[in-house]
Write a protein that binds this ligand. Structure first.
Ligand code: CA
Length: 342
């Protein structure tokens, strides 16, 4: 005998499951917030302080750009040159190359540690690149090695009970090789040491050079998630054919190797002003071959000419273009936008 209330009982049973499933799906679809060089809109880029601030703002991933020191230690710096974010020119005036620039690769880790990191400035004029950001020369910040940073994030994750991921970028592997240094194997062994090795681990490895991306996957045995960075311009110095990689055929080709792409925002929203902007087919074509799309970069103080505001930019990227994540110098602005939608 079936009780008359059975349908109601079933509904009562199923409803909470449906609800939690719905909220899980909503969460799973929520775009990723990737702190671009940390909370770099507020604290000098790639300092542990900038990473801690971004972590506290609730990001999903913290980005590391990686170059090598003279003694082959992977360090977290955006440029191979160090004269736009440190006081190297005053501490080591005779250590510049013929081009007048100072390179991380010419200094041991111990020497790099002596430098003071500051807000990014133009090395010729001394003027800040982003005038309203953290004042130049203030604070005491230092260059960190990749290992130090991963230790720091592991510790922060433990103390906060969160699992914020990492998003390392191998910078200029061809240039490093031309200088007699092989950066990728050194980075991969550190990722392995910290337990980043499979696609389930909270890590996306990224690079702008297609030959190196292939090598990382096919020869160096990286089994974690991999992202092909795509410049918005022509061919790279290493020969990477960006115009081709941005096409449907190019995306199809790299989908056999990588899990996603990191295009410039200009490749997702084309145009010269808010009046003539258009969403390109890039995201659609990438999604068709199962590639996630994480464009760079939201800078609230230096917005693309195609948008009216940071919110306008995020509406376009997340709602209209349907990107899966965003590199942001202002993690709080992006976290807040996403929270408001949910
Ligand atoms: Ca980067």
């Amino acid at each position: 005998m079936i009780p008359a209330t059975l349908p109601l009982m079933i509904l009562r049973f199923l409803f909470p499951i449906a609800l939690s499933l719905a909220s899980f799906c909503a969460k799973a679809e929520s775009p990723l917030v990737i702190a671009h060089r940390g909370a770099s809109g507020y604290v000098p880029e790639h300092t542990l302080e900038a990473k801690a601030m971004a972590h506290a703002m609730g990001v999903d991933f913290l980005e590391q750009d990686i170059v090598l020191s003279k003694d082959d230690v992977p360090v977290v710096l955006h440029d191979t040159q160090i004269d736009t974010v440190t006081d190297v020119a005053s501490q080591f005036p005779d250590r510049k190359r013929e081009d007048g620039r100072y390179y991380a690769l010419d200094f041991t880790l111990a020497e790099l540690k002596q430098l003071r990191v500051t807000e990014r400035f133009d090395s010729k004029t001394g003027k800040p690149v982003y005038p309203t950001r953290f004042p130049g020369g203030k604070g005491r910040f230092e260059i960190v090695s990749l290992e130090e940073e991963l230790e720091f994030i592991e510790a922060l994750n433990q103390s906060t009970g969160r699992n914020v991921g990492i998003y390392p970028e191998i910078k200029k592997p061809k240039w490093h090789r031309d200088q007699g240094h092989d950066i990728s194997p050194l980075v991969l062994s550190i990722l392995e040491k910290f337990g980043y090795r499979s696609k389930e681990d909270a890590c996306f490895l990224q690079c702008f050079e297609i030959a190196e991306v292939k090598r990382i996957r096919e020869d160096l045995g990286w089994n974690g998630r991999l992202v092909m960075l795509l410049s918005g311009g022509g061919k790279g110095k290493d020969g990477t054919d960006f115009p081709h990689l941005r096409t449907r055929a190019g995306l199809q080709e790299i989908s056999a190797i990588v899990d996603g792409i990191g295009p410039s925002i200009g490749s997702v929203i084309s145009g010269k002003s808010p009046g003539d902007r258009q969403i390109t087919d890039l995201v659609k074509h990438a999604h068709a071959v199962n590639l996630v799309v994480h464009p760079y970069t939201l800078r609230a103080d230096d917005l693309q000419k195609t948008v009216n505001s940071a919110d306008d930019l995020m509406d376009l990227l997340f709602r209209e273009a349907g990107v899966d994540g965003l590199f942001t110098d202002f993690p709080d602005v992006t976290v807040e936008w996403i929270d408001e939608q949910e």
